[in-house]
Design a protein around this ligand. Structure first.
Ligand SMILES: [Zn+2]
Length: 372
């Protein structure tokens, strides 16, 4: 007996899998994928991320001459995500209380497993499939970044990790993270403050010069962390701030990076003190043309369900961004999960079923279009 998409989802939301603690979920997936006849492997990404499970990758043979299709979703949830009790009312699944539901992203996993189960039952799995279930997506795409790509055989596919049903992400931003550390000099604040140098005052001077929030339609900036100071009677000797810049425009991203760096330099000169500036690219943006295969195939899959595919611009990053760095092209599709990352998270069971049908259609269209 193959399980339905709803049965899979009900089972999986009850398995604890907050980021870095995906062991139980990985074990469940390995067992299910093996039962479905997949060639299953777990990589060692967690040796680098510090979690207790690796990414789970499964291969399903198909007809020769058809390009393999990658299907991706992540197995971790945000917190509070332990002890989830699913509660179905009026055709909608919620969490019974106090936790997220974890439809982000177990709804995506459920769709993938259910379609494979159904196709296997019918003896009708023609498209070679590669399933990639990642760890720790929610804390910086860690699993996707550390994915052991030597285990992979496919290059294109879909990431079932978007929000609204019927929507496909046509563009997502690049992101840069930076960290600035300001050196002061600590002395007793009441005895000899004139001999000190207050790093908090220096950091404030710097922050005044930075733009923050929405910069333009496709660019945002945020200072997200500030740390420093020991006591009110000590002049502060070190302050560290961390921020991010996101943009769909590469030149805008670069010019803002130059700005935050230049202002750090000028504060350094003005206060004649140590200022350390560090930055790294967190992930690269993704852009799709409407005529690209992945977009057209999905459009067709939705059309035959009577849904007009919406193409949206996303402000966040997902596994698809990290996997792009490995030369893998994934289009992100919505699963119907709503109010994600809150304890009000829910999913309409009609959307769950639609996503399942969409994916089944994808396999049929892929078989026609991507065969030799
Ligand atoms: Zn997600």
């Amino acid at each position: 007996m193959s399980k339905s998409v709803l049965e899979y989802l009900v089972e999986m939301v009850q398995i604890d899998s907050e980021s870095l603690d995906e062991r139980a979920m990985a074990d469940y997936l390995i067992k299910e994928l093996q039962q479905l006849g997949g060639e299953v492997r777990e990589d060692k990404a967690n040796e680098k991320t510090g979690g207790n499970a690796g990414n789970v990758i499964a291969w399903f043979d198909g007809k020769e001459g058809i390009e393999p299709l990658m299907l991706n979703a992540h197995m971790d949830t945000v917190t509070p995500g332990n002890g989830v009790v699913p509660d179905i009312r009026g055709g909608i699944m919620y969490s019974a209380g106090g936790t997220v539901l974890g439809a982000d992203d177990k709804s995506g996993i459920a769709m993938i497993l259910a379609v494979i189960a159904q196709r296997k039952k019918e003896g009708n799995l023609q498209v070679p499939l590669e399933v990639v279930f990642t760890i720790s997506e929610e804390i910086g795409l860690l699993g996707a970044k550390e994915l052991d790509c030597s285990l992979l055989r496919s290059k294109r596919g879909y990431s079932l990790d978007g929000n609204k049903m019927g929507e496909l992400v046509k563009a997502s931003p690049s992101q840069i993270n930076y960290k600035v550390t300001f050196q002061g000099k600590s002395v007793h604040a009441g005895v000899e403050p004139e001999k000190g140098l207050n790093a908090i005052v220096i950091a404030a001077d710097y922050l005044r010069k930075l733009p923050d929030g929405r910069i333009d339609e496709v660019t945002t900036m945020n200072i997200g962390k500030i740390k420093g100071g020991k006591a009110t009677n000590i002049v502060c000797d070190e302050v560290m701030i961390e921020g991010e810049i996101r943009s769909h425009k590469e030149n805008k991203l670069q010019s803002l990076l130059e700005l935050v760096q230049k202002e750090a330099e000028s504060v350094k000169e003005k206060w004649k003190t140590g200022v350390k500036f560090e930055w790294h690219t967190s992930f690269k943006g993704l852009q799709f043309e409407e005529t690209e295969d992945l977009i057209e195939i999905s459009h067709e899959a939705f059309s035959s369900l009577g849904i007009n595919q919406g193409l949206v611009i996303n402000g966040g990053g997902s596994d698809a961004n990290a996997l792009a760095e490995h030369g893998i092209r994934l289009a992100v599709v919505g699963t119907g999960m709503q109010k994600i990352h809150t304890i009000e998270e829910f999913i309409d069971l009609e959307d769950l079923e639609t996503g399942y049908q969409w994916l089944d259609n994808i396999l049929s269209i892929w078989e026609e279009r991507c065969g030799s």
